[in-house]
Design a protein. Structure first.
Lengths: 308, 268
């Protein structure tokens, strides 16, 4: 189980705005949680903070408890063991996700060589088995990254992530730059990860709907809603969640105007971050709303104060 | 042919000089130190004539290739290893290490290289190794700078970051992922360093600070100048070493500037 308690990240001096603010999530084993939100809402920073990969200027408070152990303040050497063996990271396949000078097999096998002290040939043989499981041919191992298509590269990177049998997987926009047919392949790949916990960042609501079990919506560095997938797509609670679902084509492409406030906008960071764009905005919204529990769901909006 | 023509021309030039250096005793018609009739013009017996003490200039040139090439190649190795090492550690460790190393590099860059090399060559014994030290001490910073800049760029690339999130250790990332991606600029820099070192060696030898007791191209020029070869226009004495220096440096430059040959597509 991965549990985040009031995880807050800011960059630079005290008083500067938070990139991630008081995020509390409880992710059970084998659960598939998708983080959705606008660019700059703190999704990727959250993943990197848990992995301990942020630059030195980042100040992280709160806790991230993995199997009863807080992993935020571990020394780098122990953290390096956790990366890859306990938490694996699946990056974007588009762009330079793989070293252009090494064959795909070498890179897919590398985590095993590092953590299991296996020989490269052995690791590559293990990779071959995994590749077939995800619908890729063994020949991919001998190919250089530039000869792979975006979809193949992304699936190879998923294979790289699961090589070590890490119980928790982080994925950062695995569908970026892929066409719908390839996205379906990625959905298939994720469906095969029955034993793993998945925390996936995406902009793609269709993809989230197909592959997620729970959805967490982030808005301007805060988590504003945390729900089961079915309930979320049937009846979103937070006004922002409603707005993004209304922007889907089948709901009439009603895109709400404006963007999330930038982090420098100190005034917007007081009270509810969404209040300036919110249809239901009232005086109460000048005060910061806590996460209200509505049944099994959680939402950060004063509208639900009386129901919790 | 994978590369452009000038690359192969450069390789050809270098091969000629390499063969000269390696098989000097076989190729040279005379002992370059043996005295004979001075100031002979080029003839059948003395292909490039003789100097003021009657030494055969063609033989001198052939033996001179040894010193010039050795100093060039050894200096380049030292410069490349030091420069790449400092550049990479500066980029990868960052923070205070980066600041100290870059200050050091800036200082080394600000030192005028030839005067320092002259002073060092004058104070140290005139051996090949001391000359290498004198040349290298100011020549490494540009390699370090370029390697650092490129390494910083590489570190921001997704595939290097991914290695870190996979728990791969720093040294392995540097060795397996960064160095191969840096190899093109490191190799180009090192070939350029060879020609730079050869020119510095020639300058030092011309000033009479070269390797004692061994023939070198700069050394031949030194004697041609100070024993009035140039004033009396004994062209067979001063021109050949100049041409040898220029051609070998040109050879290294052409190799360093290698380009992939353009693929010609028919019908375009």
């Amino acid at each position: 189980m991965l549990e985040l308690c009031d995880l807050t990240v800011r960059f630079g001096k005290e008083g500067s705005a938070n990139a991630v603010e008081e995020i509390s999530l409880k992710i059970e084993d084998r659960e598939k949680v998708f983080l959705i939100g606008e660019t700059g809402s703190g999704k990727s920073v959250l993943l990197m903070a848990i992995l301990g990969m942020l630059p030195d200027s980042a100040v992280i408070t709160g806790r991230a408890v993995l199997d009863g152990r807080d992993i935020l303040n571990l020394p780098e050497k122990e953290m390096r063991r956790i990366r890859g063996t306990k938490i694996a990271y699946i990056p974007q396949g588009s762009g330079e996700g793989m070293n252009p000078l090494l064959r795909a097999g070498y890179q897919i096998g590398e985590p095993r060589v590092i953590h299991q002290k296996e020989r490269m040939a052995q690791a590559i043989r293990a990779a071959a088995g995994q590749l077939e499981r995800f619908g890729l041919k063994k020949e991919v191992l001998r190919q250089y990254p530039h000869t792979l298509s975006g979809g193949m590269k992304q699936r190879s990177l998923i294979v790289m992530g699961v090589m070590e049998q890490a119980p928790v997987l982080f994925a950062d926009e695995p569908t970026k730059g892929l066409d719908p047919a390839r996205i379906l392949q990625i959905v298939d790949c994720f469906a095969k990860l029955k034993e793993q916990t998945l925390l996936c960042v995406t902009h793609d609501l269709r993809f989230a709907q197909a592959a997620a079990e729970k959805i967490c919506v982030l808005y301007a560095s805060q988590a504003v809603e945390y729900s089961e997938k079915e309930e979320f797509f049937k009846k979103p609670l937070h006004p922002y969640s409603q707005a993004i679902l209304q922007a889907l084509p089948e709901n009439g492409l009603q895109v709400s105007e404006g963007f999330a406030p930038p982090r420098e906008d100190a005034d917007a960071q007081k009270g509810c971050h969404y209040r300036r764009r919110c249809r239901f905005c009232s005086e109460k919204c000048e005060e910061k709303p806590p996460m209200f529990e509505v049944g099994t769901r959680k939402v950060r909006c004063w509208l639900y104060a009386h129901r919790s | 042919m994978k590369y452009n023509r000038s690359f192969y021309f450069g390789i050809g030039l270098l091969l000629i000089f390499l063969i000269m250096a390696v098989f000097a005793p076989v190729i040279a018609p005379y002992d370059p130190f043996a005295h004979g009739t001075p100031y002979l013009r080029p003839s059948v017996e003395h292909f490039l004539g003789t100097n003021d003490v009657g030494q055969d200039i063609f033989s001198e040139l052939i033996y001179g290739a040894r010193v010039s090439l050795t100093i060039g190649i050894v200096s380049s190795l030292v410069i490349t290893v030091i420069g790449t090492g400092i550049g990479l550690s500066s980029a990868c460790f960052g923070g205070r290490c980066d600041r100290i190393l870059m200050k050091l590099t800036s200082v080394a860059m600000a030192i005028p290289s030839l005067p320092v090399a002259i002073v060092l060559a004058a104070y140290l014994d005139a051996s090949i190794w001391n000359l290498v030290i004198a040349i290298c001490i100011t020549a490494w910073p540009s390699t370090a700078r370029i390697v650092r800049a490129k390494a910083l760029e590489l570190m921001e690339l997704p595939y290097i970051k991914i290695e870190k999130t996979m728990g791969v250790g720093g040294l392995r990332i540097i060795w397996k992922h960064m160095l191969p991606n840096l190899s093109d600029i490191v190799l180009t820099r090192s070939v350029l360093a060879i020609s730079g070192a050869m020119l510095t060696e020639a300058s030092l030898s011309f000033l009479g600070l070269g390797v004692l007791g061994q023939k070198s191209w700069g050394g031949i020029l030194y004697y041609a100048y100070f024993r009035n070869g140039i004033i009396n226009n004994y062209y067979w004495w001063y021109l050949p070493p100049m041409i040898c220096i220029s051609l070998s440096v040109l050879g290294f430059m052409l190799v360093a500037n290698r380009r992939w040959r353009k693929v010609e597509v028919k019908g375009c």
